[in-house]
Design a protein around this ligand. Structure first.
Ligand code: AR6
Length: 165
Protein backbone atom coordinates (compact mmCIF):
# COMPACT_ATOMS: atom_id res chain seq x y z
CA UNK A 1 0.00 0.00 0.00
CA UNK A 2 1.18 3.49 -0.82
CA UNK A 3 -0.05 6.33 1.40
CA UNK A 4 0.41 10.07 1.77
CA UNK A 5 0.69 11.64 5.21
CA UNK A 6 1.06 15.22 6.33
CA UNK A 7 3.30 15.74 9.32
CA UNK A 8 6.76 15.49 10.79
CA UNK A 9 8.63 12.41 9.59
CA UNK A 10 10.47 12.12 12.90
CA UNK A 11 7.19 11.29 14.65
CA UNK A 12 6.31 8.33 12.41
CA UNK A 13 6.59 4.82 13.68
CA UNK A 14 7.80 2.79 10.74
CA UNK A 15 10.56 0.26 10.19
CA UNK A 16 12.61 2.81 8.27
CA UNK A 17 12.44 6.51 7.54
CA UNK A 18 14.43 8.05 4.71
CA UNK A 19 16.57 11.11 5.32
CA UNK A 20 17.19 13.74 2.61
CA UNK A 21 20.84 14.10 3.56
CA UNK A 22 23.87 15.76 1.99
CA UNK A 23 26.96 13.91 0.81
CA UNK A 24 28.86 14.47 4.06
CA UNK A 25 26.12 12.70 6.08
CA UNK A 26 27.03 15.04 8.91
CA UNK A 27 23.63 16.70 9.26
CA UNK A 28 22.17 19.96 8.02
CA UNK A 29 18.87 21.81 7.93
CA UNK A 30 15.39 20.72 6.83
CA UNK A 31 14.40 17.12 7.35
CA UNK A 32 18.04 16.14 7.94
CA UNK A 33 18.34 18.54 10.87
CA UNK A 34 15.03 17.36 12.33
CA UNK A 35 16.07 13.70 12.08
CA UNK A 36 19.43 14.31 13.76
CA UNK A 37 17.83 16.34 16.56
CA UNK A 38 15.22 13.70 17.24
CA UNK A 39 17.56 10.70 16.92
CA UNK A 40 20.21 12.12 19.25
CA UNK A 41 24.02 12.28 19.02
CA UNK A 42 24.54 8.57 18.43
CA UNK A 43 23.15 9.02 14.93
CA UNK A 44 25.85 11.55 14.05
CA UNK A 45 28.50 9.25 15.49
CA UNK A 46 27.36 6.37 13.27
CA UNK A 47 27.09 8.68 10.24
CA UNK A 48 30.67 9.88 10.78
CA UNK A 49 31.89 6.30 10.55
CA UNK A 50 30.36 5.93 7.06
CA UNK A 51 32.61 8.64 5.52
CA UNK A 52 30.05 10.16 3.19
CA UNK A 53 27.63 9.09 0.46
CA UNK A 54 27.56 10.20 -3.21
CA UNK A 55 24.53 11.92 -4.74
CA UNK A 56 21.93 9.38 -5.87
CA UNK A 57 23.09 6.68 -3.46
CA UNK A 58 21.87 5.60 -0.03
CA UNK A 59 23.16 4.03 3.16
CA UNK A 60 21.53 2.88 6.37
CA UNK A 61 21.99 3.41 10.09
CA UNK A 62 20.09 2.66 13.26
CA UNK A 63 17.49 5.26 14.29
CA UNK A 64 18.42 5.60 17.99
CA UNK A 65 15.86 7.80 19.79
CA UNK A 66 13.46 7.96 16.82
CA UNK A 67 10.34 5.79 16.85
CA UNK A 68 11.53 4.11 13.62
CA UNK A 69 14.13 1.31 13.68
CA UNK A 70 16.37 2.46 10.84
CA UNK A 71 17.27 5.61 8.97
CA UNK A 72 18.08 5.32 5.27
CA UNK A 73 20.19 8.33 4.30
CA UNK A 74 20.04 9.29 0.66
CA UNK A 75 21.56 12.29 -1.08
CA UNK A 76 19.29 14.03 -3.55
CA UNK A 77 20.56 16.19 -6.41
CA UNK A 78 20.74 19.97 -6.10
CA UNK A 79 18.51 21.49 -8.82
CA UNK A 80 20.62 23.34 -11.40
CA UNK A 81 17.94 23.69 -14.09
CA UNK A 82 17.62 20.07 -15.17
CA UNK A 83 20.68 19.69 -17.38
CA UNK A 84 22.91 18.02 -14.83
CA UNK A 85 21.30 14.60 -14.69
CA UNK A 86 19.06 15.67 -11.82
CA UNK A 87 16.10 13.48 -12.83
CA UNK A 88 18.18 10.31 -13.05
CA UNK A 89 19.93 11.09 -9.78
CA UNK A 90 16.63 11.70 -7.99
CA UNK A 91 15.16 8.43 -9.30
CA UNK A 92 18.34 6.72 -8.17
CA UNK A 93 17.76 7.96 -4.58
CA UNK A 94 14.43 6.14 -4.49
CA UNK A 95 15.87 3.04 -6.19
CA UNK A 96 18.84 2.83 -3.84
CA UNK A 97 16.62 3.32 -0.77
CA UNK A 98 14.19 0.61 -1.89
CA UNK A 99 17.11 -1.71 -2.63
CA UNK A 100 18.32 -1.26 0.96
CA UNK A 101 14.84 -2.23 2.15
CA UNK A 102 14.97 -5.37 0.03
CA UNK A 103 18.46 -6.31 1.22
CA UNK A 104 17.53 -5.82 4.89
CA UNK A 105 14.04 -7.29 4.95
CA UNK A 106 12.39 -3.92 5.61
CA UNK A 107 8.71 -3.95 4.62
CA UNK A 108 7.59 -0.48 5.74
CA UNK A 109 9.35 2.73 4.77
CA UNK A 110 8.60 6.46 4.84
CA UNK A 111 10.01 8.93 2.31
CA UNK A 112 10.18 12.71 2.63
CA UNK A 113 10.07 14.79 -0.57
CA UNK A 114 13.76 14.38 -1.39
CA UNK A 115 15.39 17.49 -2.95
CA UNK A 116 12.15 19.52 -2.70
CA UNK A 117 13.33 21.91 0.02
CA UNK A 118 16.80 23.42 0.29
CA UNK A 119 17.93 21.61 -2.91
CA UNK A 120 15.25 23.40 -4.94
CA UNK A 121 13.91 20.63 -7.18
CA UNK A 122 10.62 21.70 -8.87
CA UNK A 123 7.97 19.99 -6.79
CA UNK A 124 5.70 18.59 -9.54
CA UNK A 125 8.64 17.04 -11.34
CA UNK A 126 10.07 15.58 -8.15
CA UNK A 127 6.71 14.11 -7.14
CA UNK A 128 6.38 12.52 -10.57
CA UNK A 129 9.76 10.82 -10.21
CA UNK A 130 9.08 9.73 -6.63
CA UNK A 131 5.70 8.17 -7.45
CA UNK A 132 6.80 6.53 -10.73
CA UNK A 133 9.88 4.98 -9.19
CA UNK A 134 8.12 3.71 -6.08
CA UNK A 135 5.14 2.33 -8.03
CA UNK A 136 7.51 0.54 -10.35
CA UNK A 137 9.64 -1.11 -7.67
CA UNK A 138 7.90 -1.44 -4.36
CA UNK A 139 6.35 -4.86 -4.79
CA UNK A 140 9.50 -6.33 -6.28
CA UNK A 141 11.41 -5.01 -3.26
CA UNK A 142 9.11 -6.86 -0.85
CA UNK A 143 7.52 -3.74 0.60
CA UNK A 144 4.03 -3.80 2.07
CA UNK A 145 3.81 -0.09 2.90
CA UNK A 146 5.40 3.03 1.50
CA UNK A 147 4.42 6.39 2.98
CA UNK A 148 5.14 9.75 1.37
CA UNK A 149 5.41 12.11 4.33
CA UNK A 150 4.83 15.77 3.48
CA UNK A 151 5.39 18.74 5.68
CA UNK A 152 2.47 20.66 4.21
CA UNK A 153 -0.92 19.97 2.71
CA UNK A 154 -0.05 21.51 -0.70
CA UNK A 155 2.76 19.00 -1.18
CA UNK A 156 0.50 16.16 -0.06
CA UNK A 157 -2.11 17.14 -2.64
CA UNK A 158 0.53 16.92 -5.39
CA UNK A 159 1.28 13.33 -4.33
CA UNK A 160 -2.42 12.44 -4.11
CA UNK A 161 -3.09 13.87 -7.57
CA UNK A 162 -0.17 11.96 -9.05
CA UNK A 163 -1.11 8.70 -7.31
CA UNK A 164 -4.72 8.90 -8.51
CA UNK A 165 -3.64 9.07 -12.16
N1 AR6 B 1 9.18 16.00 8.16
C1 AR6 B 1 8.77 15.84 6.89
N2 AR6 B 1 9.13 16.62 5.87
C2 AR6 B 1 9.96 17.65 6.15
C3 AR6 B 1 10.45 17.89 7.45
C4 AR6 B 1 10.02 17.02 8.48
N3 AR6 B 1 10.42 17.16 9.75
N4 AR6 B 1 11.26 18.99 7.40
C5 AR6 B 1 11.27 19.41 6.13
N5 AR6 B 1 10.48 18.62 5.36
P1 AR6 B 1 14.86 19.46 2.74
P2 AR6 B 1 16.47 18.70 0.39
C6 AR6 B 1 10.21 18.67 3.91
O1 AR6 B 1 15.29 20.88 2.61
O2 AR6 B 1 15.76 19.66 -0.47
C7 AR6 B 1 19.72 19.69 4.44
O3 AR6 B 1 20.48 20.76 4.90
C8 AR6 B 1 10.42 19.97 3.21
O4 AR6 B 1 9.25 20.78 3.32
O5 AR6 B 1 14.86 18.86 4.09
O6 AR6 B 1 16.71 17.31 -0.13
C9 AR6 B 1 20.58 18.50 4.04
O7 AR6 B 1 21.68 18.34 4.91
C10 AR6 B 1 10.65 19.51 1.77
O8 AR6 B 1 9.40 19.28 1.11
O9 AR6 B 1 15.77 18.47 1.84
C11 AR6 B 1 21.01 18.87 2.66
O10 AR6 B 1 22.11 19.75 2.69
C12 AR6 B 1 11.34 18.15 1.93
O11 AR6 B 1 11.14 17.79 3.30
C13 AR6 B 1 19.80 19.57 2.09
O12 AR6 B 1 19.09 20.09 3.22
C14 AR6 B 1 12.84 18.16 1.66
O13 AR6 B 1 13.40 19.37 2.10
C15 AR6 B 1 18.88 18.63 1.37
O14 AR6 B 1 17.86 19.38 0.75
Amino acid sequence: MIRVEVGDITMLRSEAIVNAANSTLLGGGGVDGAIHRAAGPQLLAECKSIKGCPTGQACMTLAYDLPAQYVIHTVGPIWHGGGRNEARLLASCYEASLKLCLDNGIQRVVFPAISCGIYGYPREQAVDIAVCTVLDLYQRCGLVEVVFCCFDESMASLYRQRLSR
